[in-house]
Structures are given as structure tokens and as C-alpha cells.
Design a protein around this ligand. Structure first.
Ligand SMILES: [Zn+2]
Length: 271
């Protein structure tokens, strides 16, 4: 049986009533100014990031390709200066894996897989992905995802308790599930990707890398395709939209680039 409009409305009212106490935990994102729910502290997130990074690295095979490692560290350090998070313990690693991927953990732990490295023609393209990952960390997207999960669990249990004696409990729960997944969790993931693209490109332009590299890189990735999309493709609307979005950002990013303290333009080519 499908939940009716009445059930959906009731679920929405209960949701609103239960959401109010969370208002105190709403805060704005740096750079983009979006209001979001954060129930975790940055210190808690960073501790979890540190622990996960140690666990990951204990099993990983660090790359011995000197030019990969040097370039990731060089670009990472330049972007970390711009990101200006003195409390972060930045670490940049390149690990052996065929996956075309890179990821970040809270507190400034960035990992590149060797599989993505041949995709970069130069430092500026690497800076785009590096900036994207650094932006996820600085914007505390990890903490936000955790907070969403915590809030959804809490609200789910509130709804469950309120409708326990009601024969239509499953209907309410189904409606609630629909609201949280479609209305809350999915669009936010896409928002995170856009935010990471925008803030990441800003970081790389501030660090002195030509912002046009963002458009060039994503156009190349679009042609590349592939069966398994990397992390930064997975929840994004589409590559075409991403390139369009980055194009719109170019005038602003070019201004940031022109006033950057150092200029590396496209940087060194990857050997
Ligand atoms: Zn991403």
C-alpha cells in the first residue's frame, strides 16, 4: 500500500516538530554560506579522520613513484596554506591502486590512488582534484553527513515511538523514509560535490594555478567515461552540468588567480 497524502502530511508535521530542537545546531558553511546541521564538533571529526587514516594506511601500499609522491605533496602543501586551517594535521599520500580515485578524511588527510595520476597532464589539473578533496575537509562535509545520519536515526525513533500503537505505523515510516532520503540526504550529497568543486577551484586559483585547468580536466574526464565513477563523480548530477557550472565560475576564479601571491600557471608536467 502506498502512503496517502494525509499520511505524508502527518509525517511532515511530526518531522517539523522533532526538527525544531536541532535548530540550535545549525551553522553556516565557510566560503559558501549555506546553513546546515552540525551535531558533531570539528575535534571529534578530526579524531575520527585521524583514526580512519591510520587504519587505511596500515593496509595500503604507498606508491614508490617519486614523481607522483612529490607532485601530490607539493600541490597539497600549497593548497593547504591557502585553506588556512592551522588546527589540521595535513597529510598527503599516494597509494597503489588501479582505481581512478582520490578521497579526503576530516582533519586534512588526503589520499590519491595511483590509478588517477596518469589523468593529470600537469600540476594545475592535479590541483583541481586536490582542491576538491581539501574543500570536502575544510567545509566539514564528513561531519555534516554524520550529523544527517544521527538526526535521521533520532527522528526515525521518535516517529516509531509516536506511532507504536497505531495500526498505520508502517505507512508513516514509509512516508518518513521517503522524505529523509529524497528530501534530505540525496540533494545534500550533490550540494557537497558542487561546493567542493567551487571552493576547491577557489583554493587552487588562490594558490596560483590557472583555473581553466578545472574545465579542461573535467572535459577530459567526460570523454574518458568508465564503468566505475570516482568518488567526485559518484553523486554529481552529470559531467556536462559540472563543466557548465565550472565555466560559469571562471570569471570570478580568474580574478582570484590574477591577484594570487604566486603564479604557477599550469605548473610542471607529470613525467
Ligand atoms: Zn567529492
Amino acid at each position: 500500500m502506498k502512503p496517502t497524502r494525509k499520511h505524508k502530511r502527518l509525517a511532515a508535521i511530526i518531522l517539523l516538530w522533532a526538527v525544531l530542537p536541532f535548530a540550535a545546531y545549525c551553522a553556516s558553511t565557510p566560503y559558501t554560506g549555506r546553513t546546515r546541521l552540525i551535531l558533531t564538533t570539528e575535534a571529534q571529526e578530526n579524531e575520527m579522520g585521524e583514526k580512519s587514516f591510520r587504519e587505511f594506511m596500515a593496509k595500503a601500499a604507498p606508491s614508490r613513484n617519486r614523481s607522483y609522491v612529490d607532485m601530490v605533496e607539493r600541490v597539497g602543501k600549497r593548497l593547504a596554506v591557502v585553506a588556512n586551517k592551522p588546527d589540521y594535521k595535513w597529510e598527503f599520500a599516494v597509494v597503489e591502486s588501479n582505481e581512478v580515485n582520490a578521497f579526503c578524511l576530516p582533519g586534512g588527510k588526503i589520499v590519491f590512488y595511483t590509478g588517477i595520476m596518469p589523468m593529470f597532464e600537469n600540476e594545475a589539473e592535479l590541483a583541481i582534484v586536490m582542491g576538491h578533496e581539501i574543500a570536502h575537509a575544510v567545509l566539514r562535509h564528513g561531519g555534516e553527513r554524520m550529523s544527517q545520519a544521527m538526526a535521521a536515526n533520532f527522528l526515525g525513533s521518535v516517529l516509531g515511538a509516536l506511532t507504536e500503537k497505531d495500526g498505520k505505523r508502517e505507512l508513516y515510516m514509509a512516508a518518513f523514509g521517503g522524505i529523509t532520503t529524497v528530501g534530505l540526504i540525496l540533494p545534500y550529497s550533490r550540494k557537497h560535490e558542487y561546493e567542493a568543486d567551487e571552493t576547491g577551484t577557489l583554493f587552487s586559483a588562490k594558490a596560483g594555478y590557472a583555473p581553466e585547468a578545472a574545465v579542461n580536466f573535467w572535459q577530459k574526464m567526460m570523454k574518458q567515461g568508465g564503468a566505475r565513477p570516482p568518488e567526485f563523480l559518484s553523486t554529481h548530477p552529470s559531467d556536462t552540468k559540472r563543466v557548465e557550472y565550472l565555466r560559469k565560475l571562471m570569471p570570478k576564479m580568474k580574478q582570484v588567480y590574477s591577484s594570487s601571491a604566486e603564479k604557477h600557471e599550469y605548473g610542471e608536467k607529470l613525467r
